[in-house]
Design a protein around this ligand. Structure first.
Ligand SMILES: Nc1nc2c(c(=O)[nH]1)N[C@H]1C(S)=C(S)[C@@H](COP(=O)(O)OP(=O)(O)OC[C@H]3O[C@@H](n4cnc5c(=O)[nH]c(N)nc54)[C@H](O)[C@@H]3O)O[C@H]1N2
Ligand SMILES: Nc1nc2c(c(=O)[nH]1)N[C@H]1C(S)=C(S)[C@@H](COP(=O)(O)OP(=O)(O)OC[C@H]3O[C@@H](n4cnc5c(=O)[nH]c(N)nc54)[C@H](O)[C@@H]3O)O[C@H]1N2
Ligand code: SF4
Ligand SMILES: [Mo]
Length: 700
């Protein structure tokens, strides 16, 4: 067979800070072939992760959903009947209408997340939510502690252009397993080492593939990053490596910080972090003596109950050294605030009403099991529309989540590409298209580009884009005459690109991407930080800090915010520390071949990841008489999860690491890893503490 191959240009839609510019082989048969990173994009630079390079396996997967399904037997029983789109949408509209008649419109909870990062397909659900006055979602599951901590220091979520790494002599990769979760960070870092001998420092709680490539690896105890940051700054002040001129001009609270840190030196931090005094001193001297140190701050070290404080504490270091003044010096967590995208019409925000209740995405278990506090003063949730997320697998307090979804008085619609564990518990399942099959646009998280993702191939017969479901429900619910509705994806895309001063969508497609990098002075906050006083805050008022997202006041945090203090400090009192009954601290880190709950359906990823494992230190394993490969149970008050032991000195004594969110059913007792994770919100602005969890371990 001699097929000709065309190349289609698009962007990766997945929930990953890299948002790679892609080149997709399109075969005569209408299928896709290999996927490659665009060489011409200066951030992607021709490099993408292996799981997306083999995307044909996911798009042309035999298990893809192709027909609307209506449940026939009991919830979760697996009996479905196939139905046509029209009758299924009629049924959904009728059931949503009935639910609202009985309990008021807030009983309907549209639940979504970032399975696609497309600004049309992901966010259109808000247009319908606003028009119908359905409950709002407080998006807390991923970014909140990180963004809030960053915002507390800088006043905005933006920082260095990632390509500036090539002008850095030290690159600190803190709390992100870049090799697994954002390969391009690693690519730029290792290239810089080749180009100019830059030193790479990696800070993590276990010996990741990223740490193995580091010149200096700092392995610490989970949740102890703020203590490390304090000790580093203590050394900087002590040894004359603090830039006092810079602090006087650009920061608030430096004198109080210096005094506060007097008692928080390396001797204090060593037992807290598990690092040696020498390691802490060496790291402090390295960044203190290298002005152009690039702090690439990830999410992982913020997924604990002190997460916002940890992020802020790490971010304080370049403000003490004055790194921000030079090329290649400063910090980057994300660049969310530089893009100036106006999606108000797509989201229908003109009809947003602050009096409508918010429900915390991470507390879906408590919400669906009718916890009055989690319901935030409103009616029970009795109807849901779910797009781009798999909460039965990824949300904390899994036992409650499952129990909630099994309620007979809850009507659940899941729009999905695969029969996920959330779809299995639905009343109606709708088949969804994939990114190469629909039009959309994306923006970078860890870089500065906006990238179009036009439709490249036809979907199989059956799956429809999210946009279709939103529009067809709007029509049936009588709101399709409102602003923003009744348009095609292309019309909405034109509206979005034109409102965002990017020209028409076709023009953006023609260019392949638009680079929205800001000027050096802005990126380095040399015209002032983004707080009203223009200063970096060493001493944030946590009661007044959030990440720009509403509601500013988070539910369920009464009395918690005060416990954060003001100046950076160790957050031990906030953590779920080990105790006599639960002597281990569990970290649920990402797997390289899965992306959250996605790719667990592809055979290659499954084969590479093998089975759900827990990495145990040799000493802990010997103590528990556990051998390599043994089935072991991890448990706490929330439940029990079965995994297989991997014994290696990759983590400290007392730390256990489970990589990947495996399907719940991949675990021998059917309980997934999130059975063990708590859903209590992280102060001051919500979040889920996926890497802050105490467990007992027993050999089975
Ligand atoms: N392959 C793959 N890629 C992904 C994902 C995936 O699941 N798999 N998920 C995507 C998503 S949604 C996101 S938000 C990003 C997140 O990507 P990252 O920013 O990398 O964050 P995490 O994946 O939460 O964790 C990263 C690292 O933090 C470490 N860590 C945990 N606790 C601590 C701590 O207390 N201190 C320190 N210093 N380190 C700690 C973990 O061991 C892990 O190695 O990645 C995206 N990319
Ligand atoms: N234990 C533990 N749990 C975690 C984490 C952790 O580190 N540890 N990380 C957390 C984080 S950071 C996040 S962001 C969450 C994410 O968790 P999820 O939101 O579940 O993330 P994804 O796997 O990216 O995407 C979910 C689903 O979106 C579907 N999807 C993709 N594109 C489309 C589309 O165009 N239309 C429709 N209708 N569906 C689509 C995919 O098929 C997939 O099943 O998980 C969290 N859970
Ligand atoms: S690295 Fe991230 S953005 Fe790039 S292709 Fe892989 S999943 Fe997509
Ligand atoms: Mo995430």
């Amino acid at each position: 067979m001699n097929e000709t191959i065309r190349i289609g240009h698009t962007a990766c839609p997945h929930d990953c800070p890299s948002t790679c510019a892609l080149e997709v082989e399109i075969l005569d048969s209408g299928r896709i072939g290999r996927v490659r990173g665009a060489k011409a994009n200066s951030y992607t630079d021709g490099v993408i992760c292996a799981k997306v390079a083999r995307y044909a396996e996911r798009v042309h997967h035999p298990d893809r959903l192709t027909k609307p399904l209506i449940r026939t037997g009991s919830k979760g029983g697996g009996a479905w009947k196939e139905a046509g789109w029209d009758e299924t949408l009629d049924l959904i509209a009728e059931r949503f209408r009935q639910a609202a008649e009985r309990y008021g419109t807030e009983t309907v909870w549209p639940y979504y997340y970032a399975g696609t990062m497309g600004l049309i397909q992901r966010d259109g659900i808000h247009r319908l939510r606003h028009a119908m006055r359905w409950s709002y979602q407080f998006d807390s599951i991923c970014i909140n502690p990180a963004w809030t901590g960053y915002h507390a220091g800088c006043g905005a979520v933006r920082g260095l252009d990632p390509r500036e790494m090539h002008e850095s002599d030290v690159i600190v990769i803190w709390g992100t397993n870049a090799v697994a979760t954002q390969i391009n960070v690693m690519r730029h870092a290792t290239q810089t080492r080749k180009e100019r001998g830059a030193k790479i420092v990696v800070i993590d709680v276990y010996d990741t593939e990223t740490m193995r490539q580091a010149d200096m690896g700092l392995m610490l105890k989970p949740g102890s990053d703020a203590a490390l940051a304090c000790a580093v700054m203590h050394v900087l002040f002590r040894d004359g490596l603090a830039d006092r001129d810079y602090m006087a001009r650009f920061t608030r609270g430096s004198e109080a910080l210096e005094t506060h840190l007097k008692s928080r030196g390396p001797q204090w931090a060593a037992p807290i972090t598990g690092l040696s005094v020498e390691e802490i001193e060496a790291f402090a001297h390295l960044v203190g003596r290298t002005k152009n140190s690039f702090f690439r701050l990830g999410y992982g070290f913020t997924r604990g109950r002190g997460g916002a404080v940890s992020m802020h504490a790490a971010l304080c270091i370049p403000a003490v050294t004055g790194a921000w003044q030079v090329k290649g010096g400063g910090a980057l967590h994300g660049n969310g605030d530089i893009f100036g995208i106006d999606s108000s019409v797509v989201k229908g925000t003109r009809r947003a009403d602050p009096s409508i209740r918010h429900l915390d995405q991470s507390r879906i278990g408590a919400i669906l099991t009718n916890d009055p506090e989690a319901l935030n003063g409103g009616p029970p949730v009795t109807a849901m529309l779910i797009q781009n997320t798999n909460p039965v697998n990824v949300a904390p307090e899994q036992e409650k989540v499952r129990r909630g979804f099994l309620r007979d008085d809850l009507f659940t619609v899941v729009h999905e590409q695969f029969m996920t564990e959330t779809a299995e518990l639905a009343d109606v399942v709708l088949p969804a298209t994939m990114f190469v099959e629909h039009d959309d646009i994306y923006r970078g998280g860890g870089h500065t580009h906006i990238l179009p993702g036009p439709k490249l191939i036809d979907p199989p017969e059956g799956p429809k884009p999210n946009h279709h479901v939103i529009e067809e429900l709007a029509r049936r619910l009588g709101v399709s005459e409102m602003e923003g509705f009744g348009r095609t994806e292309r019309q909405l895309l034109d509206n979005l690109t034109e409102r965002s001063c990017l020209g028409t969508y076709d023009e953006v497609v023609e260019k392949r991407w638009v680079d929205k990098a800001i000027a050096f002075e802005e990126a380095h906050y040399l015209n002032g930080f983004a707080h009203p006083d223009g200063l970096f805050h060493f001493d944030p008022d946590w009661t007044d800090v959030h990440n720009g997202q509403r509601p500013a006041k988070t539910m369920g945090l009464q009395g918690q915010v005060e416990r954060l203090g003001t100046l950076p400090d160790h957050t031990g009192h906030l953590l779920e520390e080990a105790d006599a009954g639960h002597p281990f601290r569990l970290v649920t880190a990402p797997a390289r071949n899965y992306l959250n709950s996605s790719f667990a359906e592809t055979a290659t990823s499954q084969k590479k990841e093998v089975r759900p494992t827990a990495i145990l230190n040799e000493q802990d394993a010997a103590h528990l008489k556990i051998a390599e490969g043994d089935p072991i149970a991890l448990s706490n008050g929330r439940g029990e999860v079965v995994l297989h032991a991997v014994i290696a000195n990759k983590a400290m004594v007392g730390t256990v690491v489970a990589e990947g969110i495996w399907p719940n059913k991949a675990h021998e007792n059917g309980c997934g890893i999130n059975t063990l994770i708590g859903a209590d919100p992280i102060a001051p602005h919500g979040g889920a503490a996926f890497h802050d969890c105490r467990v007992a371990i027993r050999k089975l």
